[in-house]
Design a binder for this molecule. Structure first.
Ligand code: G3P
Length: 217
């Protein structure tokens, strides 16, 4: 499973990308607003840090507006993926973008039926929002399983990009469910490395090593 960072924090991105484990980046209008910086500038900087797909979301709600904004975003760098909302207009734009060779990510997907439509429209990625379904008492992860089944039934190559991922457990469950990618905040990425027994075990190994008084080099 590919791991994307869901962030507009370029400093955090640079630090975490140095692990070699960051496959791409996603952004959304809320994250752009949080950065307090001009969107085109932030996206260009992110694209210079990661070679993989970088999702940049349109703000227009009409097809013409989405096309104009999407073309401008796609012109920033070859790895820009234009993110469009899961609406009728959004999916019309997705089809037209596909004809132009512009990659798309359909966001705010909450049902397998919506994902099916996005795939039929030619989306490169579809983003089911796990955490926000959990927030309303539904089982967000079940949606990943359902979309996986639908896409496999019909051999769609649209990638399932698990979004609204809040915990390391979400990441693990998304991988088990067969998501192609998960986009995660930097803090969740950091959490993926950790386990109390790893820390405890390492502490003991270091103590024992110091007691043994040996060196390797
Ligand atoms: O980028 C979309 C998604 O990951 C947002 O997550 O936590 O705001 O529901 P969240």
């Amino acid at each position: 499973m590919q791991i994307f960072l869901d962030t507009t924090d370029v400093a955090a991105l640079k630090t975490l990308a140095a692990t070699g484990l960051v496959d791409g980046v996603t952004t959304n209008p809320s994250l752009i607003a949080k950065s307090g910086r001009p969107m085109l500038e932030v996206i260009a900087e992110i694209c210079a840090v990661v070679e993989g797909p970088v999702s940049a979301e349109v703000s227009a709600m009409d097809v013409e507006g989405m096309l104009a904004e999407g073309r401008k975003l796609a012109a920033i760098a070859p790895n820009v993926v234009v993110k469009v909302p899961m609406t009728k207009e959004g999916l019309i734009a997705v089809r037209l973008f596909a004809e132009e060779g512009i990659q798309t990510n359909v966001t705010l997907c909450f049902t397998a039926a919506q994902a099916l439509l996005a795939a039929k429209a030619g989306a490169g990625y579809v983003s089911p929002f796990i955490g926000r379904l959990d927030d309303i008492g539904e089982d967000g992860m079940q949606l990943i399983h359902d979309i996986r089944a639908v896409f496999d039934n019909y051999a769609f190559d649209t990638e399932i990009l698990a979004a609204s991922v809040r915990t390391a457990e979400h990441v693990q469950a998304a991988a088990i469910a067969g998501a192609d990618c998960a986009t995660i905040p930097p803090a969740v990425f950091e959490a993926l490395f950790r386990h109390p027994l790893t820390e405890k075990g390492l502490q003991q190994f270091m103590l024992d090593w110091a007691t043994a008084g040996q060196t390797i080099l």
